[in-house]
Design a protein around this ligand. Structure first.
Ligand code: AMP
Ligand code: ZN
Length: 128
């Protein structure tokens, strides 16, 4: 088992929880207080306090973590969704074990694109 913290809720869920998806050092669980029809959390098995410490993952693990977010969304039936990480108490983080929120399954998944952005010309070199 990777590095864990005895006093961490998500570490105990990693050890005992009911997963939606689990592979290669990452688990996904249903959020206990869903803010969308589908609200899943992705967490590394290894305890890392916040996204600020993302450099604790090596390049392979970091890539794997992003792939696992996309895999999990697909596995729970989402094609369109939002991914959110709250970093620090001031940004709404309440559980200090890094986790990614995946929210979807309803109008919450859509994000209004401001008209000025929607109509802006995309320079040729970026338009690919
Ligand atoms: P954050 O506010 O970004 O730290 O997100 C913490 C999330 O964990 C919230 O959306 C909570 O609803 C969720 N949560 C708290 N306790 C549990 C639990 N025991 N099982 C599943 N999700 C939980
Ligand atoms: Zn933890």
């Amino acid at each position: 088992m990777p590095k864990q913290r005895d006093d961490c809720l998500f570490c105990s869920i990693v050890r005992n929880g009911a997963y939606v998806h689990k592979a290669n050092g990452f688990v996904a669980i249903n959020d206990i207080n869903p803010l969308a029809p589908v609200h899943v959390l992705v967490l590394p098995e290894r305890h890392v306090d916040t996204f600020r410490e993302v450099s604790e993952f090596n390049a392979r693990e970091a890539k794997r973590m992003l792939e696992f977010v996309a895999e999990t969304a697909e596995k729970v039936g989402l094609t369109d969704y939002r991914v959110q990480v709250n970093v620090g108490a001031g940004a709404g983080q309440t559980v200090f074990h890094l986790h990614w929120h995946i929210l979807g399954g309803g109008p919450e998944a859509s994000v209004e694109v401001p008209a000025a952005v929607a109509t802006a010309e995309i320079p040729d070199e970026l338009d690919r």
